[in-house]
Design a protein around this ligand. Structure first.
Ligand code: MEV
Length: 375
């Protein structure tokens, strides 16, 4: 039997990270770095999961998973979120030698949750080899877990016959229909919940749909007119946990509601203002718009520091790029991970090269990208 290969992109949040968890607007765009999945049917009654980026290789007998099915009977697409108990049980079951909280255990738990959900709904336990590899750094704020969840959701729904094989004779690549992508996105959100606890859903949405999105409380709208923005991405390589950072913001919000609520409302206003500027830019590409975008980047970076998701090395990125006339903010959960730096069409190549040289000198990894890749 033949293999299925599919892929999903990472993402960059322009504005609205963390605030989006509390019902505010986020603007996110797909990134031209992707995660790939290959699913190959196997005949020996086993299911295997290979994650070379995490150095992990796991396999289970279908007969071993069958008893778990009853505990994961999930009605898609309106599935209940995974309970903390289910997640703990799966991490223990999957973790094996890696240990309970290891990233390998969490990734395997997300796989098993999705696998068992789909299997219980469609009554099949597909015996398959699944290999997932990624161009995205893990846990750096670029949506690697969402791209992983989206790839798994697509492959498993296909493996259970819930969605069609989209490739027509003679085509090399294909996309699923809007309805199928919607089911994939909803299932991928469950994977994100296993991994992150209380995510907003913005990451899996942008990874599923691609392009640039406005996201608020589960409502997704595709931004129709987005200028091609050049962005410098810098990975500070400081590891951090989205789950812990999201929980930290919630704790502060509960402790200081009158202080935190206006800050989140201001981040919401920044996202909305940015959306208006991006739209205006597609009609009138004047440089003035860039100054306003840069101001918003600076303001939001300070607010993100204020709500407690900054890091000294993210500040370092801002200082270094600022010394070359460029503006940066953290992207994603913060606390380390990646920063984005806006590049104007008119930014002198030497300024970008100098900034990259200085950032690399600090031990960071940089690469230039454009926003708006396909899903
Ligand atoms: C993570 O990429 C973005 C956060 O807002 C979390 C979320 O939306 O789930 C920090």
């Amino acid at each position: 039997k033949r293999s299925l290969v599919l892929s999903a992109p990472g993402k960059v949040i322009l504005h609205g990270e963390h605030a989006v968890v509390h019902g505010k607007v986020a603007l996110a765009t797909a990134l031209d770095l992707r995660t790939f999945l290959r699913m190959t049917p196997r005949q020996d009654g086993k299911i295997s999961l290979q994650l070379p980026n995490l150095g992990s290789q796991l396999s289970w007998e279908a007969a071993e998973l069958r008893p778990l099915l009853a505990a994961f009977s999930v009605e898609l697409p309106e599935a209940q979120p995974p309970s903390a108990e289910q997640v703990e049980k799966l991490k223990e079951f999957a973790g094996g030698d890696y240990g309970h909280e290891a990233v390998q255990s969490v990734a395997a738990a997300a796989f098993l949750y999705l696998y068992l959900s789909v299997a219980s709904k469609y009554g099949v336990l597909p015996t398959v080899d699944i290999l997932v590899w990624s161009e995205l750094p893990t846990g750096a704020g670029l949506g690697s877990s969402a791209a992983y969840s989206v790839c798994l959701a697509g492959a498993l729904l296909f493996g259970c016959g819930a969605i069609s094989y989209p490739l027509q004779e003679g085509q090399e690549t294909a996309r699923w229909t809007k309805e199928e992508l919607d089911v994939i996105n909803r299932l991928a959100f469950r994977g994100e919940q296993v991994i992150h606890g209380n995510p907003s859903g913005v990451d899996n949405a942008v990874s599923t749909w691609g392009g640039a999105l406005r996201y608020i409380s589960g409502q997704i709208s595709v931004l129709k007119s987005v200028p091609t923005l050049r962005i410098l991405l810098t990975n500070t390589k400081v590891p951090r946990s989205t789950k812990i950072l999201v929980a930290g913001v919630k704790a502060k919000l509960l402790e200081f509601p009158t202080i935190m609520e206006p800050m989140l409302a201001t981040i919401d206003a920044i996202s909305r203002e940015c959306e208006g500027i991006l739209e205006a830019m597609t009609k009138d590409p004047s440089q003035e718009h860039y100054s306003r975008l840069e101001d918003l980047v600076d303001i939001n970076q300070h607010l993100l520091n204020g709500i407690g998701v900054g890091h000294a090395l993210l500040d370092r990125v801002c200082q270094v790029t600022s010394s070359h006339g460029l503006h940066s903010k953290l992207t994603g959960a913060g606390g380390g991970g990646c920063a984005i730096t806006l590049l104007r069409p008119g930014t002198a190549p030497s300024a970008v090269e100098d900034a990259i040289r200085d950032l690399t000198h600090c031990g960071f990894e940089c690469w230039e990208t454009v926003i708006g890749a396909p899903g």
